[in-house]
Design a protein. Structure first.
Length: 118
């Protein structure tokens, strides 16, 4: 079902320090990934990446069709954030993690969209 929170992402300066903090505070489980961690919680899954001191957590809402959702987003006055330089969607990444897009609503508030892997 589309629309429910599907994933969250926490940016921290030091992923190992972030892992220790959130594991101790909330009891979350972590699996190392390239540059961060995959987070397992009793609810939705998440991720943690490094090099992002003081970042606010991002919430991703599930969509069934990313391309259609992005088209609708833009028709409603929202915008899609540009991928970071060198960041690309690969077939392997989509198969493993699905598709993600950073977005802003028609008032500039940030959120994410996530299309889970098939």
């Amino acid at each position: 079902m589309a629309g429910e929170p599907a994933f969250f992402e926490i940016g921290v300066q030091d992923p190992e320090r972030g892992r220790a903090f959130y594991a101790a505070l909330l009891g979350w489980a972590f699996d190392a990934t390239d540059g961060g961690h995959r987070i397992t919680t009793p609810g939705i899954g998440g991720g943690m990446h490094g090099g992002d001191r003081g970042a606010a957590p991002w919430v991703f809402f599930r969509v069934d069709d990313m391309d259609a959702a992005l088209e609708r987003l833009e028709s409603l006055g929202g915008s899609v954030e540009v991928l970071h330089e060198g960041e690309t969607e690969t077939a392997e990444s989509i198969a493993r993690h699905g598709r993600f897009r950073w977005c802003r609503d028609d008032q500039g508030s940030a959120f994410g969209l996530h299309q889970p892997p098939a």
